[in-house]
Design a protein around this ligand. Structure first.
Ligand code: C2E
Ligand code: MG
Ligand code: MG
Ligand code: MG
Length: 292
């Protein structure tokens, strides 16, 4: 029960907070069953090169299609899954689903680029990840180079860097590694120098104000310079407007991902989107030829 502590103030638990905790407890108790009941889905968001207008990559993002609550986004349940250990099962589900989808797309010549898969720190425990990746690649007959694992800077912190042998073994196979949410963590530039990575993802928070903030421009320019010096790829995420896209391209960051191009979509919706996008690109090329 909620106690009123005089006036309009509620003591300790207010209604909102209680329901948040309630919801968390409910999701936590449902999550293992939800895996068995097939309530999780993998959605796909394109990664575009603005010089070529090619969709060179796709990031897969998990969704929980909850029978009462509808689509729940990962920010609400990934932390829970990490806390109760179900992230290992969920992570394996995402890996298998995404690779199976990629295989289908390759067979049908729909999409032959790279599939980027988020993995959390906890999946590196007990060495499961390496075996799961190997098995999945074999099962789906995919080249290791066709998948990329997105990890966060925390994987490389002093406390966690004993995980890097696994990462090195994965890269030895040919699997690509990207550092996600770059610039929001704590890794020093000294550490960055030695990171075993192929790509850097500039976080959305540096993109949001890129047209108006000289600080954000400086951060993006510095990251571009770093990526060139260390010979790693670069992509910016969270691009919502054409102005942001143009500014990033002007600075030299051509690989882009964001709602401007597409939200994350279910596989069949992604296929429709890709057909439209490819058609638009052809029209754009024809127009260029006509105008020159
Ligand atoms: P992330 O890996 O940094 O993914 C980018 C997030 O930004 C996604 O949110 C995506 O839908 C969203 N996004 C993309 N473009 C835009 C944009 O233009 N505007 C805005 N406002 N948002 C944009 P989502 O799907 O809710 O995922 C949130 C986070 O949950 C991800 O951040 C990732 O850390 C985690 N996550 C998602 N799927 C998985 C998964 O399969 N496994 C693990 N371990 N974590 C996952
Ligand atoms: Mg990601
Ligand atoms: Mg990110
Ligand atoms: Mg994130």
């Amino acid at each position: 029960k909620i106690k009123k502590s005089g006036g309009n103030h509620y003591s300790f638990f207010d209604i909102k907070e209680k329901s948040f905790i309630q919801q968390r407890l409910e999701l936590e108790s449902e999550i293992f069953q939800a895996i068995e009941k097939d309530q999780f889905e993998v959605w796909y968001q394109p990664q575009i090169n603005t010089e070529t207008y090619q969709v060179y990559g796709v990031e897969c993002l998990i969704r929980w299609n909850h029978p009462e609550q509808g689509i729940i986004t990962p920010d609400l349940f990934i932390p829970i899954a990490e806390a109760n250990g179900s992230i290992k099962e969920l992570g394996y589900f995402v890996l298998k689903t995404a690779c199976h989808q990629l295989r289908q797309w390759r067979i049908n010549n729909v999409f032959t680029g790279v599939m980027a898969i988020n993995v959390s720190l906890r999946q590196f425990e007990r060495n499961d990840l390496l075996g799961q990746v190997k098995k999945t690649l074999i099962d789906e007959m995919l080249p290791a180079e066709s998948i990329e694992l997105e990890v966060t800077e925390s994987l490389f912190s002093e406390d966690n860097n004993y995980h890097t042998p696994i990462l090195l073994a994965l890269r030895e196979l040919g699997v690509k590694v990207a550092i996600d949410d770059f610039g929001t963590g704590y890794s020093s530039l000294q550490r960055l120098k030695n990171l075993p990575i192929d790509n850097v993802k500039i976080d959305k928070c540096f993109v949001d104000n890129i047209e108006h903030s000289s600080e954000d421009v400086a951060i993006v320019m510095a990251t571009i310079l770093l990526s060139k010096t260390f010979k790693v790829g670069l992509i910016a995420e969270g691009i919502e407007t054409q102005e942001q896209a143009d500014k990033l391209s002007e600075l030299g960051c051509f690989n882009q991902q964001g709602y401007l191009y597409s939200r994350p979509l279910r596989a069949h919706d992604f296929e429709d989107w890709l057909t439209d996008f490819t058609l638009q690109h052809k029209e754009r090329k024809i127009l260029q030829v006509v105008n020159n």
